[in-house]
Write a protein that binds this ligand. Structure first.
Ligand code: ATP
Length: 244
Protein backbone atom coordinates (compact mmCIF):
# COMPACT_ATOMS: atom_id res chain seq x y z
CA UNK A 1 0.00 0.00 0.00
CA UNK A 2 1.49 3.40 -0.96
CA UNK A 3 1.79 6.03 1.75
CA UNK A 4 0.10 8.53 -0.55
CA UNK A 5 -2.10 7.58 -3.47
CA UNK A 6 -3.49 10.22 -5.80
CA UNK A 7 -6.04 9.15 -8.39
CA UNK A 8 -7.52 11.18 -11.20
CA UNK A 9 -7.01 14.42 -9.27
CA UNK A 10 -8.23 17.67 -10.81
CA UNK A 11 -8.07 21.14 -9.27
CA UNK A 12 -7.78 24.81 -10.12
CA UNK A 13 -8.69 28.31 -9.08
CA UNK A 14 -12.32 29.25 -9.71
CA UNK A 15 -12.99 28.69 -13.39
CA UNK A 16 -9.30 28.27 -14.17
CA UNK A 17 -8.60 24.54 -14.26
CA UNK A 18 -4.97 23.74 -13.66
CA UNK A 19 -4.70 20.00 -12.91
CA UNK A 20 -6.38 17.38 -15.08
CA UNK A 21 -6.61 13.83 -13.79
CA UNK A 22 -3.29 13.44 -11.95
CA UNK A 23 -2.35 9.89 -10.87
CA UNK A 24 0.63 9.33 -8.65
CA UNK A 25 1.84 7.28 -5.74
CA UNK A 26 4.43 7.83 -3.05
CA UNK A 27 5.78 4.95 -0.99
CA UNK A 28 7.02 5.32 2.57
CA UNK A 29 10.64 6.45 2.71
CA UNK A 30 10.78 7.53 -0.93
CA UNK A 31 11.87 10.85 -2.35
CA UNK A 32 9.52 11.62 -5.23
CA UNK A 33 10.22 14.64 -7.42
CA UNK A 34 7.58 16.55 -9.36
CA UNK A 35 9.27 18.50 -12.12
CA UNK A 36 8.11 20.57 -15.08
CA UNK A 37 8.14 24.03 -16.60
CA UNK A 38 6.88 27.25 -15.10
CA UNK A 39 3.13 27.21 -14.72
CA UNK A 40 2.78 23.46 -15.36
CA UNK A 41 0.81 23.08 -12.12
CA UNK A 42 3.41 21.67 -9.72
CA UNK A 43 2.73 24.13 -6.91
CA UNK A 44 -1.00 23.72 -7.40
CA UNK A 45 -0.55 19.97 -7.02
CA UNK A 46 1.27 20.41 -3.70
CA UNK A 47 -1.32 22.94 -2.54
CA UNK A 48 -4.05 20.45 -3.35
CA UNK A 49 -2.27 17.64 -1.50
CA UNK A 50 -1.85 19.88 1.53
CA UNK A 51 -5.46 21.07 1.56
CA UNK A 52 -4.90 24.70 0.56
CA UNK A 53 -6.63 24.13 -2.79
CA UNK A 54 -9.76 21.95 -2.88
CA UNK A 55 -9.85 19.30 -5.58
CA UNK A 56 -12.68 19.37 -8.11
CA UNK A 57 -12.39 15.64 -8.89
CA UNK A 58 -10.39 12.58 -7.93
CA UNK A 59 -9.17 11.17 -4.64
CA UNK A 60 -6.21 11.48 -2.28
CA UNK A 61 -5.54 8.61 0.10
CA UNK A 62 -3.03 8.84 2.94
CA UNK A 63 -2.13 5.45 4.46
CA UNK A 64 -5.27 4.06 2.82
CA UNK A 65 -7.54 6.68 4.37
CA UNK A 66 -9.53 8.89 2.01
CA UNK A 67 -8.42 12.45 2.88
CA UNK A 68 -9.76 14.11 -0.27
CA UNK A 69 -10.88 17.70 0.28
CA UNK A 70 -9.92 17.89 3.96
CA UNK A 71 -8.74 21.28 5.19
CA UNK A 72 -5.06 22.03 5.60
CA UNK A 73 -5.20 22.04 9.41
CA UNK A 74 -6.83 18.59 9.42
CA UNK A 75 -4.22 17.27 7.01
CA UNK A 76 -1.45 18.56 9.27
CA UNK A 77 -3.00 16.49 12.09
CA UNK A 78 -3.02 13.49 9.78
CA UNK A 79 0.63 13.95 8.88
CA UNK A 80 0.92 16.02 5.71
CA UNK A 81 3.36 18.92 6.05
CA UNK A 82 4.05 21.58 3.45
CA UNK A 83 7.26 23.58 3.15
CA UNK A 84 6.02 26.40 0.93
CA UNK A 85 7.82 28.22 -1.84
CA UNK A 86 9.35 31.41 -0.44
CA UNK A 87 9.68 29.81 3.02
CA UNK A 88 7.05 32.03 4.70
CA UNK A 89 8.86 32.31 8.03
CA UNK A 90 8.00 34.82 10.73
CA UNK A 91 11.01 37.08 10.12
CA UNK A 92 10.73 38.98 13.41
CA UNK A 93 10.56 35.87 15.54
CA UNK A 94 13.53 33.79 16.59
CA UNK A 95 14.47 30.56 14.88
CA UNK A 96 13.33 28.62 17.96
CA UNK A 97 9.97 30.43 18.06
CA UNK A 98 9.39 29.72 14.37
CA UNK A 99 9.89 26.03 15.09
CA UNK A 100 7.78 26.03 18.26
CA UNK A 101 4.85 27.69 16.51
CA UNK A 102 4.83 24.87 13.94
CA UNK A 103 4.06 22.38 16.69
CA UNK A 104 0.59 23.80 17.32
CA UNK A 105 -1.22 20.62 16.29
CA UNK A 106 -2.43 17.97 18.73
CA UNK A 107 -0.24 15.58 16.84
CA UNK A 108 2.96 17.60 17.22
CA UNK A 109 2.63 19.41 20.57
CA UNK A 110 3.50 16.48 22.85
CA UNK A 111 6.63 15.79 20.80
CA UNK A 112 7.94 19.37 20.64
CA UNK A 113 11.06 18.85 22.77
CA UNK A 114 11.98 15.74 20.79
CA UNK A 115 11.30 17.48 17.46
CA UNK A 116 13.48 20.44 18.38
CA UNK A 117 16.30 18.11 19.39
CA UNK A 118 15.98 16.23 16.09
CA UNK A 119 15.87 19.46 14.07
CA UNK A 120 18.99 20.82 15.78
CA UNK A 121 20.75 17.52 15.22
CA UNK A 122 19.97 17.73 11.50
CA UNK A 123 20.80 21.44 11.29
CA UNK A 124 23.42 22.32 13.95
CA UNK A 125 23.63 25.86 12.56
CA UNK A 126 20.02 26.42 13.63
CA UNK A 127 20.87 25.51 17.20
CA UNK A 128 23.73 28.03 17.14
CA UNK A 129 21.32 30.61 15.79
CA UNK A 130 18.23 29.57 17.75
CA UNK A 131 17.82 33.01 19.37
CA UNK A 132 18.48 34.95 16.17
CA UNK A 133 15.55 36.54 14.32
CA UNK A 134 14.71 34.29 11.38
CA UNK A 135 14.61 37.24 8.97
CA UNK A 136 18.29 37.99 9.62
CA UNK A 137 19.53 34.55 8.49
CA UNK A 138 20.94 33.87 5.03
CA UNK A 139 18.54 32.52 2.41
CA UNK A 140 19.92 29.00 2.74
CA UNK A 141 19.64 29.06 6.51
CA UNK A 142 16.07 30.35 6.26
CA UNK A 143 15.31 27.44 3.97
CA UNK A 144 16.69 25.11 6.63
CA UNK A 145 14.35 26.70 9.19
CA UNK A 146 11.45 26.14 6.78
CA UNK A 147 12.41 22.46 6.39
CA UNK A 148 12.89 22.07 10.16
CA UNK A 149 9.52 23.72 10.73
CA UNK A 150 7.87 21.16 8.45
CA UNK A 151 9.54 18.37 10.42
CA UNK A 152 8.36 19.86 13.72
CA UNK A 153 4.80 18.99 12.69
CA UNK A 154 5.97 15.31 12.91
CA UNK A 155 4.69 14.46 9.43
CA UNK A 156 4.28 11.18 7.59
CA UNK A 157 5.18 13.02 4.40
CA UNK A 158 6.97 16.30 3.80
CA UNK A 159 5.86 18.27 0.72
CA UNK A 160 8.63 20.66 -0.32
CA UNK A 161 8.01 23.42 -2.87
CA UNK A 162 10.90 24.96 -4.84
CA UNK A 163 13.48 24.60 -2.14
CA UNK A 164 16.30 25.96 -4.28
CA UNK A 165 14.51 29.02 -5.67
CA UNK A 166 16.51 32.21 -5.32
CA UNK A 167 19.50 30.56 -3.63
CA UNK A 168 23.11 30.84 -4.75
CA UNK A 169 24.50 27.55 -6.15
CA UNK A 170 26.59 26.85 -3.04
CA UNK A 171 23.49 27.26 -0.90
CA UNK A 172 21.49 24.99 -3.21
CA UNK A 173 24.00 22.20 -2.58
CA UNK A 174 23.80 22.77 1.17
CA UNK A 175 20.03 22.69 1.15
CA UNK A 176 20.12 19.49 -0.92
CA UNK A 177 22.57 17.99 1.57
CA UNK A 178 19.97 18.84 4.22
CA UNK A 179 17.26 17.09 2.21
CA UNK A 180 19.47 14.00 1.89
CA UNK A 181 19.96 14.08 5.65
CA UNK A 182 16.19 14.29 6.16
CA UNK A 183 15.69 11.40 3.75
CA UNK A 184 18.24 9.36 5.68
CA UNK A 185 16.05 9.63 8.77
CA UNK A 186 13.45 7.64 6.80
CA UNK A 187 11.18 10.61 6.06
CA UNK A 188 9.02 10.47 2.93
CA UNK A 189 9.54 13.54 0.76
CA UNK A 190 7.71 14.97 -2.25
CA UNK A 191 9.86 17.58 -3.92
CA UNK A 192 8.58 20.13 -6.44
CA UNK A 193 11.45 21.66 -8.38
CA UNK A 194 12.30 23.77 -11.38
CA UNK A 195 15.91 22.76 -10.82
CA UNK A 196 15.29 19.47 -12.62
CA UNK A 197 18.90 18.25 -12.51
CA UNK A 198 19.11 18.61 -8.72
CA UNK A 199 15.71 17.06 -8.17
CA UNK A 200 16.38 14.02 -10.37
CA UNK A 201 19.75 13.45 -8.74
CA UNK A 202 18.10 12.86 -5.38
CA UNK A 203 14.76 11.38 -6.43
CA UNK A 204 13.96 7.68 -6.16
CA UNK A 205 11.16 8.36 -8.61
CA UNK A 206 9.90 11.40 -10.46
CA UNK A 207 6.92 12.68 -12.41
CA UNK A 208 7.08 15.28 -15.16
CA UNK A 209 4.04 17.58 -15.20
CA UNK A 210 3.09 19.33 -18.42
CA UNK A 211 0.05 21.58 -18.60
CA UNK A 212 -1.58 20.00 -15.59
CA UNK A 213 -1.05 16.39 -16.64
CA UNK A 214 1.57 13.77 -15.85
CA UNK A 215 3.55 13.49 -19.08
CA UNK A 216 6.30 11.11 -17.95
CA UNK A 217 7.28 9.16 -14.89
CA UNK A 218 10.06 6.83 -13.88
CA UNK A 219 13.00 6.44 -11.55
CA UNK A 220 15.24 9.47 -11.11
CA UNK A 221 17.93 7.66 -13.14
CA UNK A 222 15.55 6.75 -15.98
CA UNK A 223 14.35 10.32 -16.32
CA UNK A 224 17.91 11.67 -16.17
CA UNK A 225 18.65 9.69 -19.32
CA UNK A 226 15.28 10.28 -21.01
CA UNK A 227 15.83 12.20 -24.27
CA UNK A 228 12.95 14.62 -23.81
CA UNK A 229 13.92 15.37 -20.23
CA UNK A 230 17.54 15.94 -21.25
CA UNK A 231 16.59 18.24 -24.13
CA UNK A 232 13.71 20.21 -22.58
CA UNK A 233 14.52 20.30 -18.89
CA UNK A 234 18.26 19.72 -18.58
CA UNK A 235 19.33 21.64 -21.67
CA UNK A 236 21.51 18.77 -22.86
CA UNK A 237 21.78 17.28 -26.32
CA UNK A 238 20.63 13.64 -26.39
CA UNK A 239 24.08 12.34 -27.32
CA UNK A 240 25.99 14.74 -25.11
CA UNK A 241 27.96 13.22 -22.28
CA UNK A 242 26.73 14.38 -18.92
CA UNK A 243 29.58 16.35 -17.49
CA UNK A 244 27.89 18.82 -15.16
N1 ATP B 1 -3.88 31.74 -6.83
C1 ATP B 1 -4.05 31.53 -8.14
N2 ATP B 1 -5.16 31.98 -8.80
C2 ATP B 1 -5.33 31.77 -10.11
N3 ATP B 1 -4.46 31.09 -10.90
C3 ATP B 1 -3.35 30.64 -10.32
C4 ATP B 1 -3.08 30.81 -8.92
N4 ATP B 1 -1.89 30.24 -8.64
C5 ATP B 1 -1.44 29.71 -9.80
N5 ATP B 1 -2.31 29.95 -10.80
C6 ATP B 1 -2.18 29.51 -12.20
O1 ATP B 1 -2.13 28.10 -12.20
C7 ATP B 1 -1.22 27.64 -13.19
C8 ATP B 1 -0.24 26.67 -12.56
O2 ATP B 1 0.54 27.39 -11.60
P1 ATP B 1 1.50 26.65 -10.58
O3 ATP B 1 2.07 27.71 -9.68
O4 ATP B 1 0.81 25.50 -9.99
O5 ATP B 1 2.60 26.12 -11.57
P2 ATP B 1 4.05 25.62 -11.26
O6 ATP B 1 4.26 24.45 -12.14
O7 ATP B 1 4.25 25.43 -9.82
O8 ATP B 1 4.92 26.80 -11.77
P3 ATP B 1 5.86 27.77 -10.95
O9 ATP B 1 7.07 26.98 -10.79
O10 ATP B 1 6.00 28.95 -11.85
O11 ATP B 1 5.17 28.09 -9.65
C9 ATP B 1 -0.57 28.85 -13.79
O12 ATP B 1 -1.22 29.13 -15.02
C10 ATP B 1 -0.86 29.94 -12.80
O13 ATP B 1 -0.99 31.18 -13.43
Amino acid sequence: MPLLEVSNLSAGYGDAEVLFGIDLTVDRGEVVAIVGSNGAGKTTLLRTLSGIVTPTAGTVRLMDEDVTGLHAHTLVEKGIAMVPEGRRLFPRLSVRRNLEIAAYSKRARPKLAESLRAAYELFPILQERSDQLAGTLSGGQQQMVALARGLTTTPEVLLVDEVSLGLAPVMVSRVYDAIRAIRDTGMTIVLVEQNVGQALSIADRAYVVQQGRIALSGSGKELQSNEEVRRVYLGLEPAEEENQ
